[in-house]
Design a binder for this molecule. Sequence first.
Ligand code: NAD
Length: 377
Amino acid sequence: METPSNSKNISRRTFNKQVSKTLGTAALLGTMPLACTTAASIQKEKLGIALVGLGGYSSILAKSLQETKHCALTGLVTGTPSKEKTWGEKYNVPEKNIYNYENFDEIANNPDIDIVYVVLPNSMHADFSIRAAKAGKHVICEKPMAINVKECEEIIAACKANNVKLGMGYRMHSEPYTQEIKRFAKERTFGKPLYVNSGAAYVMRGADQWRLKKELAGGGALLNMGVYAIQCAIYATGEDPIAISAQEFKTKPDFHKEVDETITMQMLFPSGCVANLMTSHNARKNDLYTTYENGWARLAPAHNYGPIKGETSEGVMNFPVVNQQAEQMDDFSKHILNGAPNLCPGEMGLRDMQIVEQVYASIAQGGKRLDLDLVKF
Ligand code: NAD
């Protein structure tokens, strides 16, 4: 049979047909990423995901990976030897696909693994995301992306340098109620947004945990939950904020010695919309309320694992309950496989960290209003 390599006269059309059979149309459209043009990746219908850090959230992701259509759990990375056996058996992951933190870089030679999903304490995200990128694997990084702007930039640079895709673990973007709120903003369904109120808070218990340690968590409620409130304000307006002011209160200072506990913050958006947001590790809040020129919309709860509930000035919202984590990992896989949009690119994590740093800067200056100069993407 004539192949592109042995024929001088092959027409562009024949060539396209032949390549298309092998690579799929995404390659012809220029959407197939370089890292995905290995034989192993091309033939796959489902991409292989390795979870790094087998704690509470990875348990939820592993379960969700039993429901995904475009990816599957094929690898595990853990620092706890006993989990190699228990998780390996439970999820049918062969020994050759199980790594520890020391031999993790050998994952580069494993064609079963296409995506590395970093689900470790926040201060370890940058190291493992960068190592995964250097190993030629696509990366999903949990929120918060890292513990400062510099680390976020380094992750993005490593993914670019190694030609791999980078996505954030912001699951709400794959959730239908949230997608509807985003649509209201984009299409100005109720006119311009005027005011946003959102809170993301829970009462933390158990003093012996990494989330209370500055070295591992990088920050407190703001990094853990506050990013949800910040995200809410941004997708409810469809705009990036231009100025911020913030305050911190500690109601249990002995418990929250090293990191922030309760933060309130106000944001101004280019259209004139104002947001009032809060986050806490010693209060409860889980909602998003937006008023627009011609109506309002409310999600409550707004950012737990579901079901999410919603209402607008026109009536109750009614969308299917989805497995957010499964949808999120499938959406990222579709981005790699066929060039679907990357719903939560690394720059989104960087932007949120730029906001976080200005929140802390405002608090340090007594709540001073500070301008925001955020990455565009
Ligand atoms: P966790 O404490 O349950 O698990 C952390 C894992 O990291 C454990 O397996 C632990 O053994 C491992 N680890 C490695 N080095 C460690 C160290 N020095 N100290 C402590 N643990 C260490 O935490 P989690 O709830 O799974 O959170 C992990 C990441 O996932 C965090 O970045 C968190 O923000 C994120 N997360 C996201 C969501 C979401 O809805 N997107 C939900 C929960 C957690």
